[in-house]
Write a protein that binds this ligand. Structure first.
Ligand code: SF4
Length: 448
């Protein structure tokens, strides 16, 4: 059972030093009990207390890692029912199904899709780096060969799927060092699959026919010493599967019911034969709590919207997407190219840089860190004013790149031009258009 705030408080140093970010140990204990902070934020907690608090400090849905290295997938770790309460922690993995019944050419084509369907958006790379290998032939050697091939030719994280323990073991042997997810332990094979997971250090999926059976099964797995567990309630009808997602999340968060406090795996690929409907079901599970979503195939036209939906839902609602501060070179600028400045709200940056790119005019764009706020908002908040922009540009190194001293500012902050001339002696401040859509004619008329 999780500890209460008062029980946690008794184990804290009670010095109220405030180093954890809240003024008192009691406030910290209450935040810890509700999963709103992490124990590591208190640097003074004793080792003895740490071990006692480990259960209370663990998020109500335990994080699970599948794979190794930089590309490993971490799922779970969530602490809230609704995104606006804090944020959703780890975006779900999107996996493509590959069967050992498929021809080599089809397997290759699917692995190529995993590699190629990668998108750049707001400065981030979006991709679905996961494959679910399904043993359908029952042939252990064939499944091992598939796992070996995927391991050799792809860096995707792997799910091994078989209801036969010997087939699962053969697949695992071929790619154990990639730490695949073993799918799945059931009430009939739990001991044998748990032994595989324990020996290999891999995460294990628990699959049951309903939530009660699932809770009993995870209890058995944890009693065997396993913590890296992903759960599947077994529902394949859309409505039932959605209900189960909500019940599982609510039981783990609101009732602190540990046996269901694990990330889930769902199978839209087993819920419909219609690819568009499958994408819609997957979108629903991105919003409603899946840890891993297995798709029958990847299609650019549906995968891209799913990746964007995932990005949007898993960004922190309290922190806008921001672009890194710095000088951005667009269309191969030279020493006579215009210099513009804008805020680092990602959308602003991508609209402005996109318009500059379309104009084909070689240009420099200086992006100022405004904590992710747009031009107007950051200006109104005093984060995009002359005394902030001027020194930042002078320190940016842009004067090594251009020989003129002209700066184009967004039309919305025209009022800062006088202040900027004071902050940047010898510079000419030009008022650019208010709307990025008017940048092309403005830039085409540019003369250094
Ligand atoms: S850092 Fe630790 S000791 Fe200091 S106030 Fe926070 S909980 Fe208390």
């Amino acid at each position: 059972m999780a500890l209460t705030g008062i029980e946690i408080f008794k184990l804290l140093p009670k010095t109220n030093c405030g180093e954890c970010g809240v003024p008192t140990c009691l406030a910290f204990a209450m935040s810890l009990a509700t999963g709103k902070t992490e124990l590591t934020k208190c640097p003074h907690v004793s080792e003895e207390a740490k071990s006692k608090l480990s259960e209370a400090a663990a998020p109500p849905i335990l994080p699970v890692t599948i794979g190794v290295g930089d590309k490993a997938l971490k799922v779970g770790g969530d602490t809230v029912m609704f995104r606006h309460e804090k944020r959703f922690e780890n975006p779900p993995g999107l996996a493509i199904l590959i069967s050992d019944k498929m021809a080599d050419s089809e397997v290759d084509a699917r692995l190529k899709k995993v590699k190629d369907l990668t998108y750049e958006r707001v400065g981030l790379t979006l991709s679905a780096n996961m494959v679910a290998l399904k043993a359908e032939t029952g042939d252990a050697a064939k499944f091992a060969a598939l796992a070996g091939k995927v391991k050799a030719s792809s860096d995707a994280n792997i799910i091994l799927m078989s209801d036969k323990t010997d087939v699962l073991a053969a697949g695992l042997k071929a790619c154990a060092d990639r730490k695949p997810l073993l799918y799945a332990a059931t009430k009939d094979n739990a001991d044998a699959v748990a032994a595989l997971a324990k020996e290999s250090g891999c995460a294990i999926a628990a699959k049951a026919a309903g939530i009660e059976e699932l809770a009993a099964l995870t209890g058995k797995l944890t009693a065997a010493g396993l913590k890296n567990i992903v759960i599947d309630s077994g529902a394949r009808a859309v409505r039932k599967a959605l209900e189960d997602q909500i019940i599982i999340r609510s039981a783990a968060l609101n009732k602190k019911f540990r046996p269901l406090g694990y990330p889930t795996i769902v199978f839209p690929c087993e819920m419909t034969d219609n690819p568009m409907k499958e994408a819609l079901i997957a979108a629903m599970f991105i919003a409603k709590y899946a840890g891993i979503i297995v798709l029958s195939d990847f299609h650019g036209e549906s995968l891209f919207p799913l990746l964007v939906a995932r990005l949007n839902i898993y960004t922190d609602p309290q922190r806008p997407l921001a672009t890194k501060q710095g000088i951005y070179e667009i269309n191969n600028p030279n020493e006579n190219s215009p210099l513009m400045v804008t805020s680092n709200f990602s959308l602003t940056y991508f609209i402005v840089s996109g318009e500059i790119e379309n104009s084909k005019v070689p240009s420099y764009l200086y992006v100022k860190d405004t904590e992710g706020l747009s031009v107007m908002t950051s200006w109104a908040a005093g984060k995009f004013s002359a005394d902030i922009i001027g020194p930042a540009i002078l320190k940016s190194g842009i004067t090594d790149k251009i020989k003129h001293h002209k700066l184009i500012i967004p039309g919305y902050i025209a009022a800062e031009s006088g202040g900027l001339e004071e902050e940047m002696p010898g510079w000419e401040i030009l008022i650019g258009p208010r709307d990025a859509a008017n940048l092309t004619p403005y830039l085409k008329a540019w003369k250094a």
